[in-house]
Design a protein. Structure first.
Length: 186
């Protein structure tokens, strides 16, 4: 039994859910999200809760049960609270700044890199007061789009293992390697 799939999703006030032809639409104060869900899993609204039910105990239905519940839960959270990803830009002379809605990254390459936001993504740039390193916050109501946008930003300059320079997710731990060791008996 899927323990995740059996959990009911609380339906906050101000959120409307509609289904037609396998497409679930969730409207809330922050926006509207639509997604095509597997047809085998039934989604019902009862007592201000959303419940996902599977028709049988087959392996396919069991695997889709928890997935469907999590996707619906992410949609409800997205339209009510939204999601955000925080990233650190670490390195001497590395900078991040906004140019309109686009993100301008100067991360040790011969040219600045301009990152355009995906649909629904907003950027915010600031400076960490303790480390004096820039940080980037990306916000969106769709968790999947936000994760892809953050991965695209990180791909511009992934953190390297020797000095740790690059763009990393906030709180990400980079395994460091030892540098070259010189000859001892010169």
């Amino acid at each position: 039994m899927s323990r995740i799939g059996q959990l009911p999703i609380p339906l906050p006030s101000g959120v409307q859910i509609s289904q037609d032809d396998g497409t679930l639409t969730v409207k809330g104060p922050k926006g509207t999200l639509s997604r095509t869900l597997p047809g085998a899993i039934a989604i019902k609204v009862e007592d201000k809760q959303i419940v996902c039910e599977r028709p049988s105990n087959s392996k396919e239905h069991r695997s889709l049960h928890g997935l469907t519940r999590t996707l619906v839960s992410n949609m409800v959270i997205g339209v009510t609270q939204g999601y955000e990803k925080k990233m650190q830009v670490q390195g001497v002379g590395y900078r991040a700044e906004l140019q309109g809605k686009n993100l301008n990254l100067q991360v040790g390459l011969s040219h600045p890199v301009l990152v355009e936001p995906m649909e629904g993504v907003e950027f915010e740039v600031g400076m960490d007061t303790n480390t004096r390193m820039p940080f980037i916050i990306a916000r969106c109501i769709d968790k999947e789009v936000l994760g892809q946008q953050a991965a695209n930003i990180r791909k511009v300059r992934p953190p390297e293992p020797y000095k740790g320079k690059g763009i990393r997710y906030y709180g990400e731990v980079i395994r460091r390697k030892a540098g070259k060791s010189g000859k001892a008996g010169k």
